[in-house]
Structures are given as C-alpha cells and as structure tokens.
Ligand binder design. Sequence first.
Ligand SMILES: [Zn+2]
Length: 264
Amino acid sequence: MKSRARQCRFRFYEELNEFLEPKIRKSEFVHEFDGTPTVKDRIESLGVPHTEVDLILVDGESAGFDHRLGGGERVSVYPVFERLDIAPVTRLRARPLRRPRFIIDVHLGRLAAYLRLLGFDCLYRNDLGDAEIIDRARAEHRIILTRDTGLLKDGRVTHGAYIHDAEPVHQVREVVDRFQLEALFKPWSRCLKCNGLIEAVDPDTFEDDEVPSDVRARFTAFSRCRECRRIYWPGSHFDRLRARLDKIGIVLPETLEVPGNSPC
Ligand SMILES: [Zn+2]
C-alpha cells in the first residue's frame, strides 16, 4: 500500500530565499514529503545548505537539524544573521572561534588575498578538490568559504559559508560581517601570496637585487614573508588595496605597521 505524502508549511527568511526556486521565495509554501525525514534533509532538498541556517522554528519552538517532521508543522528557517534578536531560542551555530581560520574554494583567490591582507589565516590553492577541502577543513578547524552550494550540503561539512557576491571586495564585507571579524584585523601580518607570517625586516639585510634602489630610497618600513621570502613595502599596490577596502568601510592604517607591535 502506497503511503500518502505528508505536508508541512515552510517559510525561509532573508538571504536564504536566494537558494530557493523563485516561486517559493519570501512566502509561506506547502512542502510535501514521505516518511519522517529530518528538517535538515528537507531544508537542503529545497536548495539551502545547512551551513547557512542559524535558527529553525517548528511550530514556534526552536529545533535542531535532526528534528523529524511528521506532517502538519509550520517551519520557519532563519539565516546566520548577527543582528537578529532571537535571544530566547536556541541558535544552531556555535559562537565564532576567537580567531577563525578559513579554507577558500578554488575561484575565490582574490577573496583569499584580501582576507590575508587583513591578517586571517586562509588556506587557498586553485587545485584543491571538494574532498580535500572538506578533509583539511575538518582536520585544521577551518571554515569553508565557497560559492558552491553542493560543497556546503556535504554532511561532513560542519563550518562553512556561502559567498553571495561575485565581486571580491564585496565578498570581504560579507565574510567580515558574518564572522564578526572587525575587531580581529591584523593588517599586513600575512603574506598575500602564500599565507605565511610576515615580519619587519631591516633593509640593510637585503640582497642587492631584492628591492629596487628607488624603492629602498623612498621607504623605510619593510616586511618579509617567513615562508616565501617575499618583501613588502607600503607602495602603490598597498595604496590600491587600501583604497578598495576603504570603499566598503574597512579602513587600514596608512603606513605598514610592523607585525607584533599592532594593538590586537
Ligand atoms: Zn609568502
């Protein structure tokens, strides 16, 4: 005997609607299912990766991902949204770690460079496969940043975020807001190319061909990456990056601060 499909009503809030079919966005809709699936299973079947969900209300009560639906419920699903006042209910996301570390999906190399510029540990390689990204995220407690919803729907992913914007500098704003990174910036403490830590270096120790002579004449503060040995100074590249971040409200110091002496 074929069992009749069960029904419940869903409503998704804020940017979670971007993952849904257009006809069910921003409104309550009827969803049919068989058996007693978990609410996580149904949310992901509708297109929303579990990593994007911070709060689920089932008939007004907060519920975990493993809550099973039996039919007749009214389900409200909210995104990770720090300003939402939902204090009395259980949020699904643990509070962010004191200093989050990231692993960044292929194609998001410029986002990785900006986050390194702000001092965040960002593992990025353009040849990592999904399985390797998940393995390293789990082993090294890194948050996955990606524009691939399929990657985030993998059940092994515990910490991840979907990046909505296509523009790298706006992606930075998204990540800073979502993980509340503003107080954790350590500008110019990490190499943009290799993620290594950089440290102040005495120009007298440079090899002859390491830094152009006019640059040596114009600047006094230099830093060197401990890993790849690349040298940084507050020149035009630095100013361009500062200007782009300034447009999204992230203000970096005008001079290259010596890592280790910064206040945070
Ligand atoms: Zn480096």
